[in-house]
Each structure stands twice: as structure tokens, then as C-alpha cells.
Design a protein around this ligand. Structure first.
Ligand code: WT7
Length: 659
């Protein structure tokens, strides 16, 4: 994809549809600019007003921002609230009790609806159940569950009693799960017997058993199991309990535990440049505030909307735009258990038609794979479905190439619906740079402008501002309420990763490159500047995959790089040196398969390298440093034009090119 060129030349502009703009929460660029000016004029006052107007406080805060221990910023510090109260009870109080909170569609198509009243009761019962087994404020609970009402309820129940949840995506292996359970010091794991996806049943409880069996999870007292499929599981006496058995006997109400604004709502592990995943710690009040505000601003959420975010609760998108944002906004949302290609690649379009979704939020990878599917089979083309209910489309997780943007805009939105390309990260808690659908003229391939109150900028390595048109690194110059608070258990790494000394120690380093358009000032994200890959919107550390590979008895050395991929955005390409002679032919294919399965076991299927090349060695400088930049060129299948005179072993390039 010649996207960078395409982006540079991109001059199509799509202003907001007048009807949309007229009714939008933020209507027109003047309104947007006025909000930005307000934040500029009185930064703390801007946030204080929003926090007072949008959240229900048990104890109001008197101080907005505490910067005395930067970069460990504190927001609304002396205030107290409860996140679950804000998401559920508040809806019972303001007339939404009988409104549908969740339209759940199972993998097999079965639909269940849950009202706010019912969800409140389920969460209360589950919260009481957690309390009954001794879980209390400040404890960590790992959630390893399928997409389900129960998964959302489990997160909300933790929030209700002040326990800090750490959701682990169902696609992670036992080993990854074990590492996260240990790092978080979890006292309980909530899981399901099995997960149903794409017509297949995948064991979850068995993986939890395996993870705990690996040792080190001594803090785990209980494993709570939601019965999803009825598949066979092994119950460990004294440790394992069925969720329904625990919940059934509980009272239907549970007083929320009032927590300090900064109380850690959750830890979510994500990949960084070194081998070990980082436990991104989020706050309660600041996080919830932004989850709610971005629902209003970016998604223009209205009472009658049917909102659908297709993410999994195992990722931050599922936290902010399934479990917290939509409920805090009192919205009706669709929650989907399955995959976009089962029973066929028309599943998303069919569900939008059936449930009359009005706002649809998905990832570029999904769009690209559905474009392919629609090209191959006209029956699953979105034009076969009635998508007239839609009024707004969103994209998240990776850059959306202008071709995919245009297809989405034309074929799904029928040129009526704005497309919001939302740039953000696990660490930012919610949207950062995104169009506002009723204000911002859209340019395919650009996430356009920062939200009001978000002081994003493009700078050089020393922190100097760069003029528009010049590519540099993306930073945020001031703290914002939903930002990461620390890396769980590793405050030093938090400082080093996100507030490096070179930038003065108070500027947030996003880890992405960016460039602003000379005329409009619009941002385009140019990709990660660290060793992090984005495969199908899943964030993977190259070092993590390398560590997994070298842990295999056959492997002496490994280097992992990303290469552009038409569907998944980036694909994982591994260069491997074995302890034995370099294999070829069938043997090479056999070992590559073995290593791929190994990585799936070590990290999870999402980390499987697409391509593995074997060499006698890797290209290294005389001081022994692996030249990854050359490997990236080789992975792309391009000729090396760079200077290779500093290489110890230039001949190796020829070998790695051919293998
Ligand atoms: C990384 C964050 C956003 C929540 C889900 C992923 C990339 C994300 C965009 C976008 C270009 C994007 C960045 C970022 N990214 N959204 N709209 N345009 N790039 O969260 O797993 O923490 O990954 O995803 O590289 O740093 P994440």
C-alpha cells in the first residue's frame, strides 16, 4: 500500500452533513475552537467544570490537579465516587431503569436484552458474591472471560466494591495469563468454562488451570466460573466456584464502595519496547470522566442511539467504549460474542440491519478483511443489507488507509455518515486525536485534531516544536484526567517510558510518529517509533516475541520486525538462527511451524509470526548490535540501498534475502 504517498496527496475533504452538525453536541468548528480556547485560558477550570457537571460525586473534590509529584499527576484528588454507581444507579435514578442497556448477540445468533435495572441487579449480586468470598477494596481480580454480559458485569462488580480488575484477552496463552496474574498479585480469577467463537468452543477454564499450575499464583484463592457452554471442566475443590451458585443466593442490592478519585479502577497489560508487558494503571474519576465525555463529543451519543463497538473487553477499547463509556452515558449498546466472518462475512452488516445500529465503531483490519470478502462474494457486500439506521462510523486501533476509509464511508455509511478516525492508546484511557462528527471536515487517513483539553504536539527528539509539514514525535504537553497513572509495580519504568528526561520529564511521549498538515494542522499518525508492532490492531512488542523464540531449545538467536500487510496492517516476520545448521526445504517448513506453535503457546495465537526466515547469523554491527532496520527492508522484499559498511557480516544479507 502506497499509503504515505496517498496520504500526502489526499485532498478529498468531507464536511459534516448539515443535519448532523445542527443536532450535534459539538456543533461546528467555532464551538470546537471555543472549547479549545477555554481549556487554553483556564486549564484546571475547564476540567473542573466538566468533572462537576458530568460525574456523580459522593464527596465533591476541591482540588482539580495536583502536579507536585509530576509525572505522577493526581486529578480531583480529594473527591470520592463510585464508577459502577455512575454507570448503573444513576441510570435508575434518571429514568433509564427500563431502557435496554445491552443487546447481546451470541456467536450462534441468539439475542438477549438486558435493561439497566436488570444489569444493576446482576452487578449488585455479583458484587455481593465477590464480597462473600472475601474480596475487598484494593484487591486485584483477573478477568479471563468471553465477550458476554457476565464479563461486563464482572468488571462493574469489581468497580462497585473497589476491587481493581485486570482483564486478560481470551487470546492470550496460559503463560501470558500466569505472568499477568503474578504481576497483578490477583486474589481471584473470574473465567468461563469455554468461549464460543466462530462456531468453535475454546477452553478458558482449562487455560486458567494450566496458568495457575505453572506456579507463582499463590495469592489466587478462588477461581469463579461462568457457565457459558456447559463444556467439561475440572473443579478444584476449595478453590473453584460456579458463578451462578455464588450469585444466586446473594441479595439484589449492594451499596457501592465510595473510593478516592485516584483509586485504581483497573490495570490493563500492554506491550512495550522491552520483553515484559506493562500493567497500565488507570484511575477511577479521571478515567470515567473521559470515557463519558468522549461518548458525548466523539460519538455524539444521544438517548435514542444504538451504539456498537466491536472490540473485545480484553482490550482498552472494550473497557472504555463497552464497559464504561456507553453505560455512563445511559446508552443502549450491542455486545457481540462472535467474529465478523461467522457464519459468513456479512455478519456485521446483518447485525447492524437487525438491531438498527446507529453508531458503529470497528477496526481497520476488520474493514479490510470485509472488503476482501465482499469482493469475493457479492452476497456479503454491505450493499445487500439495509444499513439506513447508521448515522456515524468510527475507526480505531491502527492507521486506516484512505482506500479502506473511502470504502467504509461509501459502502457502509452510504456517504451520509461521518467517519471518526480515533487515535488513542491503552495509556490514554480514551480518544485523543479525532474528528468531531458535527464539526470537523474529514480527510481520509487523518485523525484530524486533538479533542478540547488535549495538548497534542509534534516535536523533535529534544522536545522542540516542529513546524507543520515536518514529521516528528507525538507528545502531549499537559496531563489530562484519563491518562495512565503508573505502570503497576514499576514507577521507574513509567517515568522512563512516558516522561523521559530528554523531553523534560513532564511531557507525555506517545510512542508514535506524527506529522501535521501544512494548511489544516491536521495530524496524521506515521506509526510507532519504538519496537512495538500493530498486527490487526493488536499491540505486540518485538522483544516479547524474540524472548519467546529464544526460549525454544532449538533457537540460538532471533530478531523480529514488522512488515506491511494488506489486511492486518503489519505482519510479524522473524529472522531466526538455530543452534543446529540452517535448515532448508521441508525441514525449514517443519521447524517454522513448530516455532509458530511455540510462540502461540508462549504468548498467544495473536503473536504467531507470519513468516520465519532462517540464517546462519543475523546482520550485526562490529559491536554486535542487530541491524533491525536492514531486516525490515529484507522483510518487505526490497533491495538494500543503505550503507552496510558498518556491518560485521554483510554477506548474511544475501542469505536472509533468499531464505
Ligand atoms: C497504538 C495504541 C486505540 C485503542 C486501541 C489500541 C495505534 C491506535 C490509531 C489511529 C493510527 C492508531 C498507535 C497507538 N493506533 N489508533 N486511529 N490511527 N494509529 O490501543 O493497543 O494501546 O495501541 O495503536 O500506534 O500508539 P493500543
Amino acid at each position: 500500500m502506497a499509503d504515505t504517498d496517498a496520504q500526502k496527496q489526499e485532498n478529498r475533504i468531507f464536511p459534516p452533513p448539515p443535519d448532523f452538525a445542527r443536532n450535534a453536541t459539538i456543533s461546528g468548528m467555532d464551538a470546537y475552537k471555543a472549547m479549545c480556547a477555554e481549556a487554553d485560558r483556564d486549564y484546571e477550570g475547564f476540567w473542573a467544570k466538566l468533572a462537576k457537571d458530568n460525574l456523580a460525586w459522593h464527596k465533591p473534590f476541591s482540588k482539580t490537579l495536583n502536579e507536585s509529584n509530576a509525572p505522577f499527576y493526581k486529578w480531583f484528588e480529594d473527591g470520592q465516587l463510585n464508577v459502577s454507581y455512575n454507570c448503573l444507579d444513576r441510570n435508575l435514578e434518571n429514568g433509564n431503569a427500563d431502557k435496554t442497556a445491552i443487546i447481546f448477540e451470541a456467536d450462534d445468533g441468539k439475542v438477549t436484552r438486558v435493561t439497566y435495572r436488570e444489569l444493576h441487579e446482576r452487578v449488585c449480586k455479583l458484587a455481593n458474591a465477590l464480597k462473600s468470598i472475601g474480596i475487598k477494596k484494593g484487591d486485584r481480580v483477573v478477568i479471563y472471560m468471553p465477550m458476554s454480559v457476565e464479563g461486563i458485569a464482572a468488571m462493574q462488580a469489581c468497580a462497585r466494591i473497589g476491587a481493581t480488575h485486570s482483564v486478560v484477552f481470551g487470546g492470550f496463552s496460559a503463560k501470558s495469563l500466569q505472568e499477568r496474574i503474578i504481576d497483578a498479585g490477583a486474589v481471584a480469577v473470574i473465567t468461563a468454562d469455554e468461549q464460543a467463537r466462530g462456531g468453535k468452543h475454546l477452553p478458558l477454564k482449562a487455560i486458567v488451570d494450566e496458568a495457575i499450575g505453572m506456579g507463582g499464583c499463590d495469592a489466587v484463592r478462588n477461581v469463579i466460573i461462568y457457565r457459558r457452554t456447559g463444556g467439561n471442566i475440572n473443579l478444584v475443590r476449595g478453590r473453584d466456584v460456579w458463578l451462578h451458585e455464588l450469585v444466586d443466593k446473594q441479595p439484589a442490592s449492594c451499596d457501592p464502595e465510595w473510593v478516592e478519585a485516584e483509586h485504581p479502577l483497573f490495570i490493563l497489560y500492554t506491550s512495550g519496547s522491552t520483553g515484559k508487558p506493562k500493567g497500565v494503571q488507570h484511575s477511577s474519576a479521571g478515567y470515567l470522566l473521559w470515557a463519558l465525555l468522549t461518548m458525548k463529543w466523539t460519538f455524539d451519543i444521544k438517548p435514542q442511539d444504538i451504539f456498537w463497538c466491536t472490540a473485545d473487553i480484553g482490550w482498552v477499547t472494550g473497557h472504555t467504549y463497552i464497559t464504561y463509556g456507553p453505560l455512563a452515558a445511559g446508552a443502549t449498546q450491542i455486545v457481540f460474542e462472535g467474529v465478523p466472518t461467522y457464519p459468513n462475512a456479512g455478519r456485521f452488516w446483518d447485525m447492524i440491519q437487525k438491531h438498527k445500529a446507529t453508531i458503529f465503531y470497528t477496526a481497520p483490519t476488520a474493514i479490510r478483511s470485509l472488503i476482501k470478502a465482499a469482493d469475493a462474494d457479492a452476497q456479503v457486500h454491505p450493499n445487500q443489507y439495509d444499513l439506513s439506521s447508521l448515522r456515524l462510523l468510527g475507526s480505531v486501533g491502527e492507521p486506516i488507509n484512505p482506500e479502506a476509509w473511502m470504502w467504509y464511508y461509501r459502502n457502509v455509511g452510504r456517504e451520509r455518515c461521518p467517519v471518526v478516525d480515533t487515535f488513542w492508546q491503552t495509556e490514554t484511557g480514551g480518544h485523543m486525536i479525532t474528528p468531531l462528527p458535527g464539526a470537523t471536515p474529514l480527510v481520509p487517513g487523518s485523525c484530524t485534531l486533538p479533542l478540547p483539553g488535549i495538548m497534542a504536539a509534534v516535536v523533535d527528539e529534544t522536545g522542540q516544536a516542529l513546524p507543520n509539514g515536518q514529521g516528528g514525535i507525538l507528545v502531549v504537553k499537559r496531563p489530562w484526567p484519563s491518562m495512565i497513572r503508573t505502570i503497576w509495580g514499576d514507577p521507574e519504568r513509567f517515568k522512563k517510558s512516558y516522561f523521559p528526561e530528554e523531553l523534560g520529564g513532564k511531557t507525555y511521549l506517545a510512542g508514535d510518529g506524527a506529522v501535521r498538515d501544512e494548511k489544516t494542522g491536521y495530524f496524521t499518525i506515521t506509526g510507532r517509533i519504538d519496537d512495538v508492532l500493530n498486527v490487526s490492531g493488536h499491540r505486540m512488542g518485538t522483544m516479547e516475541i524474540e524472548s519467546a523464540l529464544v526460549a525454544n531449545a532449538l533457537v540460538a538467536e532471533a530478531a523480529v520486525v514488522g512488515k506491511p500487510d494488506e489486511t492486518t496492517g503489519e505482519a510479524i516476520c522473524a529472522f531466526v538462527v538455530l543452534k543446529r545448521a540452517r535448515p532448508s526445504g521441508d525441514e525449514a517448513r517443519q521447524i517454522a511451524k513448530e516455532l509458530r506453535d511455540w510462540v502461540a503457546k508462549e504468548i498467544g495465537p495473536i503473536a504467531k509470526p507470519k513468516e520465519i526466515r532462517f540464517g546462519d547469523n543475523l546482520p550485526k554491527t562490529r559491536s554486535g548490535k542487530i541491524m533491525r532496520r536492514l531486516l525490515r527492508v529484507l522483510a518487505k522484499g526490497e533491495e538494500i540501498t543503505q550503507d552496510v559498511s558498518t556491518l560485521e557480516n554483510p554477506a548474511i544479507l544475501e542469505q536472509l534475502k533468499q531464505s
